[in-house]
Structure formats: structure tokens, C-alpha cells
Design a protein around this ligand. Sequence first.
Ligand code: AQP
Length: 344
Amino acid sequence: MSTPKNQFSPRIFSGIQPSGGLTLGNYLGALKRFVEKQNEGIETIYCLVDLHAITVWQDPARLRDQTREAAAGFIAAGIDPKRSILFNQSQVSAHAELGWIFNCVARMGWMNRMTQWKDKAGKDSEKASLGLFAYPSLMAADILLYHATHVPVGEDQKQHVELCRDIAAKFNHDYGVDFFPITQPVIEGAATRVMSLRDGTKKMSKSDPSDASRINLTDDSDTIAQKFRKAKTDSEPLPETLEGLKDRPDAKNLVNIFAALSDQSPTEVINQYAGQGFGTFKPALADLAVEKLSPIANEMKRLMADPAEIDRILGDGADRADVIAQPILARTLEITGMIRSRRT
Ligand code: AQP
């Protein structure tokens, strides 16, 4: 991990939207690495970004369930709420407040260039919410509210972290300060972009209408095995080298998933399975996925049986997050010229 130019102590922030159940994409691209960072002993702050989730319609009762389920997923995957701060975004109101300040720093043109905005708003952008358009500005607030120096994310979020850097730099420049760090994205591992099991050119996503396109962290062993058995592939055996996967997105995706789950490089997986067909490779992948994921699903089930305890953990995390966030928000407001004269 390289250190940003400004001298800020290393601190990691990242988040996941509780806009559906967590997927294997969220796990390999983000969550698994959140756990590694925590275990490296760096200060880690992880957030269930419920304010982001409502940029598209969410049923209120389901949003609450999904937020608790995502919290259970984090803990089951290895996030220790004593060592990391784990909370849901809306419990720390400073996120929305700093988000507003950044709405006034970010430029419309920057937002217009975001590929996620174009993908999610589609052709009917007139009907998309204003929140969806401003999403990257709130994401910048999430990160900078803690002066986070590093953000582990999947490949799809790289552009948003770059925009966060632009917002920090413009704020620092406009107000003549060196207040916000220029945060580094951390995009590592064999599965920074896990693709749909039904279409290797499309990202695996929690909101994909096809459940067969993704592995959910709550899927049981039979479902995981069946989804990998039915995953789209071609009829060729696996090639001798990685280069041979270049125009085979479905096969490449399964090799990358195998590599990430077994903590190997894709080359090591290819060396092991070169020349073998999917009749051999898919069952091996299914076994590996069940071995790695079913303990997480079982632990999630156990944790979700006690929603009050999950809410307690999120509340405790929010209290601890707020202690870091409030002075940074207060200083930001001072820098921007807001009068701060309340006694409480
Ligand atoms: N398919 C993926 N491969 C690798 N990383 C992924 N991430 C998401 N999907 C993949 C990473 O997970 C983190 C949290 O993402 P998010 O849920 O906040 O937003 P998203 O990227 O929009 O995820 P989804 O699943 O596609 O959600 P919906 O369907 O609601 O839009 C990020 O670090 C992301 O890179």
C-alpha cells in the first residue's frame, strides 16, 4: 500500500450498499479484502451505505432486513466489530452534511462522465433520482469524513474513487488548505471484477433480475453447486496459458473465481487444469466454493436469528464513527465560512 502525498495516518474506509443480498462479487472484490486489511492491523472503518441504496427504490422493511443481513455477512466473513468500526451510514448524519458540501464542490460535468451513472440511469436519465446522479459526491463524503487514506474496492468503483480524489484536491485548492487526503483506491486480487455466471461480459450484481447470474452469500451448498454446474461456458477445454482465455469471458471468469477462492493466481489454476474440460473443472470449483462459502452462510444464519444484537453492534459502530467524523465535519464547515456558535 503506497501512502498518499499528504501525511495522514493510514486509515481504511470502504462500504457496501445493502441494496440486496451480498454476492460472491461483493465478497471477492471487497469483503474478503476488508478482512485482510483488518487483520493487517490497519485502522479499518466499514459502512453499510443505506443512504446510497435509496438512490434507487428500496422497500423500507426489506432495506432494514438487507442492512442487517449485510452486517451479518461482514461479521460472518471475519470482520470483528471490536477491531473494525462497522455501522450503517444513516446513523452518522455527518455523511449527508459533508455530502452536501461536496455537491457544491463537484462539477456537473464530472458526474456526467461516471459510467455507473450512465449504466444505472440508462436512456431514461430524466426519471433517475437526483441522488443517483450525486452518488459519487456522497461516496467522497463517506471516505473523506474519516480522512481515509486507502479504499479497498472492486474494479467498478475505481472511477468513483478517482472522483473522490478530484473533490478533495478541488476543496483543498479552492479554500487554500491541505485538509483532505488524496485517497488511494486499493484494487487487488484475482477477482476485482467477478462476472455474471450467465454472461461473462456483465458484472455479477445483487440487483441482476436473474438469481442464476450470481452466488448469494446466503445460498446453501446445493444451490451453489447447481449454479456453478449451470454457469455459462464454452465447449473448449481449459487452455495451457492465461493468454488462451483472452476471448473466452465465461471461462476466464470461472478461472478467476477459482483463483480468488483458493488464494492462488489465475496462472496457477491454469497450470493445474490445463487441457481439462468443464466436466472436471466445474465440480472442483463448486466443491471449493461450498467449502469456503458455506461456513459464512451458516454463521450469517446464526447471527440473523438475533437482529437486536446486530442493531446493537451497528449502533456501537456508529457512535465510534461519529467521534471521528464530527471534528472533521466541524472543521470543514469552519473552512467553508459557516458560523458555528451553538453551545451544544
Ligand atoms: N462483481 C463484482 N466484482 C468485484 N467487486 C464487486 N463489487 C460489487 N460487485 C462486484 C464491489 O463490492 C463493493 C460494494 O459494492 P456496492 O454494493 O456498494 O455497489 P455495486 O458495485 O453497484 O454492487 P452491485 O452488486 O452491482 O450492487 P447493485 O446491484 O445494487 O448496483 C465495491 O467495492 C464494489 O467494487
